[in-house]
Each structure stands twice: as structure tokens, then as C-alpha cells.
Design a protein around this ligand. Sequence first.
Ligand code: 5AD
Ligand code: SF4
Length: 413
Amino acid sequence: MNEYDSARLAAVLELHGLIPAIIEKADVILVNTCSVRAKAEENAIARIKGLKRFKIENEKLKIGILGCMAKNRGESLFKDLPFIDFILAPDEYQKLPEILHPTPYFPLPAFQEFAKLTNNHSAFIAIQSGCNMRCSYCIVPYVRGREQYRESGSVLQEIEEAVAKGVSEFTLLGQTVNGYRFKGLSFAGLLRQVADTKGVERIRFMSPHPKHYTGELMEILLSEPKIAPHVHLPVQSGSNSVLKKMRRQYTRENYLSIVEALRFSNPLYGITTDIICGYPGETEEEFEETLSLLQEAQFDSAFMFAYSPREGTPAASEKEFLNEEQKKARLQKTIDLQNSITLKRAKLMIGQSEKILLEKPSRKNPSEWVGKTGNFKKVVIDIGAIPHCSPGMYIDCVIEGVKGHTLRGKLSA
Ligand code: 5AD
Ligand code: SF4
């Protein structure tokens, strides 16, 4: 979501005459921040402190803090970071051009520089903002507000415009994206319209909530070939008692039934997830249930976190029985198990024919390119025989092996 916001802000600023620059030469530095875990905020603050030196070198430099931390910490940020110029929360971005404008020192856009920085084959499209869920540990509803759904006509228009610029892969975004509804149109209905849009080749969405897996949605997911066979479906815990305390509104069994349906249709269906280890009061048995869920679900990969108390959330006022070390130990156990499953899932791909969307040349070897399979696995391919590769091209390849967690592919004959 933040990447999307950053891209949109960049587009707006370009309309106002700003151009992307390397950090040493920038007249404006905007830091888009995240508040989801304490670590995210700590990293952002450390990063912002590191920007102070650019102010010494460039007097006209303006530094602004954007994103969820701007909302969460507000004016208090000026105390820790007195050299910053302004703070703008996500619901205030429309003020940004006004803050920076008029700015006589902005030169006209240099198209060449801009082209190098843009990645044109794949686009994020936000269809929902905010979140109406109240997961007990989560700060997002407080910093992003109530759910708002974007008008479907405007979604489709943005997609059509992007197609005209050569984009073929679209990722629909929202905190609980499959809860989308607009004037009687469901998320499944919107997916149908996107799939029917000329030039759209691959559709992804992020992040759905298990609660909103309707029969109608399942049907389109399993029948529409343009919808990529991958889903990032956060589960958080494998224990029903913890899920209940987290107010997740589904059970382990509900969750696993979705996994089963997707994998029944396609055993290689990519399923990735988020896990929180060491939720307040999580017992050893409850933690073991998360490990057993990982075994059962066989996730292709997972983002795993130690629980981080966020002030103002209900979970933050619950007593924590685990110290940081114990939470870290559970996290490490989870990571170790998932790493072995991730590798196993990657190896299942060997011998498969796959359509790869090329992203960029590999850094180490320019005759190799990096791309993604439909089920969202990274593949490195030797493109030796193709004279002109470009981001956004689809090529057919056969998966030959696995190196680390990355697949190696060979062009199909
Ligand atoms: N502590 C740890 N992880 C969290 N997440 C959200 N809030 C917290 C928290 N307080 C994780 C969840 C979510 C992901 C974006 O971040 O797993 O899905
Ligand atoms: Fe946070 Fe839950 Fe909303 Fe996800 S669904 S953003 S975890 S409150």
C-alpha cells in the first residue's frame, strides 16, 4: 500500500514539475513510513536521522514525513527530529503540492532520467482504503481509518490507461481487498470486469481476508485463467483460541478449507501468508498449533513476525507473559520450519513449463533475467537466445532447478 501511495505521490509531483533525483541532489525528500510494528517505526526514524546531513549540504532541501507513522506519532515527531520540515498523514496528501508549490528551483522534467526510474510492466491499483476489521493487535485501522471503496469505473479507467502504456499485470490493493463492494458490485464482479479488459494479462490482488472467501469468489479464482494462481492470505496463528483473541473472525478449519480448495484445483497454487509469533498469552501448545498449521498448509513462503505491542490497540493492554527473547525463539522456530517448507515447495516446480513475466536483468549476470511465474515465484533465466529483452515481456520456460529460494529456468524449445 505504501509503495502504491509513493508511486501516486510521485506521479502527482511530476505533474507539478518535480522530477526524481538521486538523494544527494534532491531538493525534496519525502519519507513514506509504516507503523505496523515498532521495528518499522524505529527503522524509519533511523533513516530520517541519516538525512540530516543532506540539509547541511543543501539549504533549500525540504524533508517531509508521510505515511502511517506521521498519523500515529504526529507533531511529536518534531521533538525527535527537529530538522524536518513537515509531517503529512495519509489522509492529508492532497495538501502536498500546496506545501511544495510554488518552488522556483524545480527544473522541467527530463524525460530520460524519469524513464530509467519507472518500472512499467506491472501496476498496483488501490481499490479500497482503510480497514473496518479490528484485529486486536493491529494499528492499521487507527492510522488508515474506515474502509472506502473506489468507484469501479475509475478503477477500470486507470487500468485501461495503464494498458495503453504497456502494463499487462495488475495487482488490486486493499487492506481486506476481497471485501470490496461498490453499488452492488462484489469483489468477484470487479475481478470479472478487470479480466474482461483488453490488454490485461495477469491479475493479482493483495491482501484478501479469509472471512471474505465467498462461493462466487472461489468460482472466478478457479475458472479465470488471467487471475494468477497465487494468493497472499494472512493467517496470523494456527490456534483457534489465539485467533479468537486476535478477533480474526475465522477458525483454523475455515482457513484450511480455503487452502484445500485452491490446492485441489492446482497443487502448485502459490499460497503465502503472515504469521505473528508470541501473541500475549500464547501458550506453548497454542504456538505448536501454528507450527502444525504450517505443516498442513504447506505455504510457499511466509512473512513471520514476533508480536509487537502497538499503543492504543486492545492487545497492547493485555499482559505479556513472554519476554522478547522467548518471542524471538518462537519466531526462529517458525522461520526454520517455514524455510524447509519453502524449499520443498520450490523443488516441486522442477520440470514445470511456466510463463514468466520478465522484470529486470539479473545484477550479477547481464545475460540472465529475473521474472515471476504465475504462482509468484522468482525465476532467473538465461535469455541468451532472445535478442531484445525488456521488462514486461512474457516468455515460456522450463524450471530446471532451485538455487537458494530462487528457481532457475531455461527457455522452452
Ligand atoms: N505485531 C506483529 N506483527 C503484526 N502485524 C500487524 N500488526 C502486528 C503487530 N502488532 C503483521 C500481521 C500483518 C502484517 C502486515 O503485519 O501479520 O498481516
Ligand atoms: Fe489490521 Fe486486521 Fe485490518 Fe489486516 S484485517 S489491516 S490485520 S485490522
